[in-house]
Design a protein around this ligand. Sequence first.
Ligand SMILES: CC/C=C\C/C=C/C(=O)SCCNC(=O)CCNC(=O)[C@H](O)C(C)(C)COP(=O)(O)OP(=O)(O)OC[C@H]1O[C@@H](n2cnc3c(N)ncnc32)[C@H](O)[C@@H]1OP(=O)(O)O
Length: 730
Amino acid sequence: MAALKHIVGSVAVITIRNPPVNALSPQVQVSLMEVLKDVTLDPSVKAIVLCGENGKFSGGADIRTFSKTDPKTDIKRMSLDDVNSVAERSRKPVVAAVEGVALGGGLELALACHYRIAHVKARVGLTEVLLGLLPGAGGTQRLPRLIGVPAALDMITTGKIVPAPVAVKLGIVDSVTEGSAVEEAIHLAQKVVGQPLESRRICSKPIQCPPNVDSLLNDAKVKLKKQFRGAESHQVCVEAIRAAVQLPFAEGIVKERELFLSLFNSDQAKACQYAFFAERSVAKWTTPSGANWKSASPQTIRTAAVIGLGTMGQGIAVSLAKAQIQVIAVEQDEQQLEKGSKAVTAILERETLKKQQFELAHKSDSFGSVTFTLDFNALKNADLVIEAVYENMALKKEIFQRLSSICKPGAFLCTNTSGLDIDEIASVTDRPHLVIGTHFFSPAHLMKLLEVVRGYHSSSTIISTVMNLSKVLNKVGVVVDNCPLFVGNRLLLPYINQAVFLLEDGRTPEEVDQVLEEFGYAMGPFRMSDLAGLDIGWRSRMEFGLTGPKLLPGAPVRQREGKRYSPLPDILCEEGRFGQKSGKGWYQYETVGGRNAARDPWVHNFLHEYRRAHAIKQKNVSQGEILEWCLYPLINEGFKVLEDGIASGPEDIDVIYNNGYGWPRHKGGPMFYASMIGLPRVLVKLEEFYKNNPDIPSLKPSNLLKALVKQGSPPLKEWRSQLGYPNSRL
Ligand SMILES: CC/C=C\C/C=C/C(=O)SCCNC(=O)CCNC(=O)[C@H](O)C(C)(C)COP(=O)(O)OP(=O)(O)OC[C@H]1O[C@@H](n2cnc3c(N)ncnc32)[C@H](O)[C@@H]1OP(=O)(O)O
């Protein structure tokens, strides 16, 4: 039985049971319906309390069953909406006791109850939009009636989860308790027996509309279109709320169902749900040697140190402090320390304000303290140290040597690098098994991704400790192997190169960016490069002798070791065009540090002259080809990363791209996208591109891609078995 009943006096307590999150699977819904009908007919029962087992109300409809559901038959035959209707129409008061979470369909069920009591630590939200859906069990019709259109619009279209104290202020729940929500709900249920229920039924409430409701909804669509480029569910959610505004409740429910079904089997919904499970699967890491998340023993980090208070170090320090970890922040000189401490303090103040506004000044746990110092000896008691100085191997090695002698035995040593060799850094320490790479993304206090780069000697304890820490920091950790550029940047390199080649061949930064932005990227490659700073890649290319003083004399301008090379980004940097930070790059900006990219005639003229000087013929490339030209080499590199065993599965690559590189979540990630468009298509196009451009090695199709196509393109979840890794983690 998925819904259990026990009687307390004259109150029937119905408990949803479906571990681990009491998801409302079709069986749970059927069972809930039966028990609800049973207790409504039982004359000895005067009131009903609904709760979830093990302190969790419900994590919503069971997402795992969606792919097995036929929307035309299964959903129409029996839906959560029917259960909600029975609860709402009941003549006996129904009280929801919300503990843990009430998300998606879980909150929709609670909204159909006549009263809602929440535990103070509970969290509620209509999160369906993030799964490519809309709240399809009455949520889009009930929430606006309960809390008003603007607040409901915000919650439904963003999937925001709010803590109980906020939920009570918004009017979503009636009260919060620090004790047992179930006890409190039973008490309330007994008290309200016999009282009129009509005013408690949300379906009967008139909808309170602001006078400008139409423009409110239209403006929301425009804003969401910009924020979630190409994503359908956010737009459709607004239409469902419009139905709540325009139609009586029963008709609104019919419209909501129609809109829900339009999304249910869409590719975007599949992609978002894949992304959800991929994030869970990467937490269950394994290494080729057999170490894994289950057998490892993570250590709790109470005190962490950050070395270097540049932009990355500042964000990392803030991230740690926000997770209530005590932070020791170290810099090398007084001036840097003062600059860094001011920046960290300012960000923490902003974050405190945001937290207070979000939680509506409810008392909440404070941030961890940050101590700023020039004294390396202050690190001797840190449980974990994150070095975040700039990308220079010699400097990093010097620091790790010092850390070896200062830090307590057993302290974990992490290096924040976007591509340097972890093993080389670990080799200078007395504890290579306790050294690991932690590749944070800027701004580190906001970006979700943490690439956890295991070195050859990294122990399972350090991997699991850092993976645990990523969860504590509210980030998604992905374990990858040590190789130049790791996973994310390794895929990024061919993508950026291809984009630059397009400029040589006649396209403009605006044209290329537009195609990638229409695809769903928050920013095209040129706007993104301007934001990240063009000088970073330039310095690294100088280091590798691709440009600058180390470049071998006589090297052809547009070739390096027989491979196509474009000097365009180098020339921009030589001109002092580093992107936003210098007020000009591929675009021009209103000021130094400005963010509004505008077409720059200088760039257009420069490109024109460059093509003329090198007698490059302009190629006609369609928008579709721009997309394939940029994305397929990125995907191809993903297959090569899998072949090399650098990432253990396609899900790892997709999670990295969704959370760190602005890949549109509703397209699942590059590997999922490849599986959706079809591997044969990707292979054929790569073969064609490579044939016409044999001097671009990243276009040469990977062996894994070819092997998969040869096998008839198996579904993505079977790719892992091709890789020789021990077990599929999905
Ligand atoms: C019939 C349709 C009618 C109406 C429309 C309603 C639609 C919906 O309700 S869609 C679902 C909406 N719900 C959500 O979006 C919530 C998703 N879950 C979460 O956000 C989190 O899992 C959590 C906050 C509930 C718990 O977080 P945490 O404690 O960190 O645990 P995990 O995230 O690792 O999850 C544990 C475990 O549970 C699985 N799981 C979570 N939610 C669901 C779900 N709704 N359906 C199925 N399975 C779920 C999750 O995958 C983990 O399992 P594995 O480790 O095996 O993957």
